[in-house]
Design a binder for this molecule. Structure first.
Ligand code: SAM
Length: 298
């Protein structure tokens, strides 16, 4: 089991976490947001974070669905823009924004998965220099993993069910000086089933499904009910060699071992299976676990 956190990322820092919140730095701006997994006390009392922070997400107020854990409002404590840009290594740039549900447009703990995707594509290209690997990113959100694949030279298909996040991803691509990503606004399951019927295959598959979601036409996604079947369908579109898959799970308390068993069950064969947890480390070395993953390399 691997325990992985972002390394060498000057534009991101988890400063402190505790009492149900975290203090993070994205580029030059310090942000306080709710963090249900920060069960312990913070190293510095949360009220002292306010001196450093530019903005604080206050839970349960203002817009957003009343009663939902993620709803609330951003209270600016110092001057800062509504949108700003951060860099990830020499690979890509992301526009960040204070969204209505405590998110800023990036899940920083995912950085080790972006590195895996980048190196996965590079490995394939190293073995077959003339060949352009195809990568499908499902539930792709603002597109960091798509950009990692594109930066490594893959042909990328980026799919999400929400038009606004697809536009956001396109902006991230342009900010990163890239082009040529294919954007799909569709239900993940529907698209994968169609790709199976068409006989299309990919050298890279990336999946980061939420607990609940909806396709653009109201198609219902429920992780507990849909994940196994989706992965089985995905096994038909993953190339049999020179290929990789990464599954990330951040909800329902799913364990890394569960992710590994799912991968082995749904993508059987002699590949190299690995699994683990992704976490962020704060300035005092405290580890905040945020998701689990399983990976397959063929
Ligand atoms: C938490 S995000 C994934 C984070 C992303 N992989 C990253 O690290 O940047 C989950 C995404 O799944 C999308 N989604 C939800 N239901 C969907 C469905 N049925 N089909 C396709 N995408 C869906 C949401 O719009 C959201 O962008």
């Amino acid at each position: 089991m691997q325990l992985l956190c972002p390394v060498s990322w000057p534009d991101y820092q988890l400063v402190d976490c505790g009492n149900g919140e975290k203090l993070e730095r994205f580029g030059p701006y310090f942000v306080i947001r709710p963090e249900p997994k920060a069960l312990w006390a913070s190293s510095v009392p949360n009220r002292q974070w306010i001196d450093r922070a530019h903005v604080h997400f206050i839970q349960g107020t203002g817009f957003g669905r009343a009663g939902k854990e993620d709803s609330g409002t951003w209270e600016k404590l110092k001057k800062m823009p509504d949108h700003w840009v951060i860099q990830y290594k020499k690979l890509f740039r992301l526009r960040l924004s204070l969204t209505s549900f405590k998110h800023v447009g990036v899940f920083p703990e995912q950085a080790p998965n972006w590195d895996f995707v980048y190196h996965g594509v590079q490995k394939i290209r190293g073995r077959e220099p003339q060949f352009v690997p195809r990568v499908l990113n499902l539930f792709a959100y603002t597109g960091a993993a798509s950009l990692a694949a594109r930066a490594a030279g893959a042909e990328v298909v980026h799919l999400d069910a929400v038009r606004q996040v697809i536009s956001w991803s396109r902006e991230n691509m342009e900010l990163s000086g890239m082009s040529g990503i294919r954007w799909i606004l569709e239900d993940a399951f529907k698209f994968v089933k169609r790709e199976v019927r068409r006989g299309n295959t990919y050298q890279g598959l990336i999946l980061d499904p939420p607990a609940y979601g909806h396709g653009p036409e109201g198609e219902r996604w429920k992780l507990d009910d849909s994940l196994y079947t989706l992965l089985r369908e995905c096994s038909h579109i993953l190339a049999k060699e020179n290929a990789f898959m990464v599954l990330n799970l951040y909800s329902n308390g799913y364990s890394a071992l569960l992710a590994d068993s799912l991968a082995k069950e749904c993508f059987p064969g002699n590949g190299n299976y690995t699994f683990g947890e992704l976490y962020l480390k704060d300035d005092k070395g405290k580890k905040l676990p945020l998701s689990v993953f399983s990976r397959l390399e063929l």
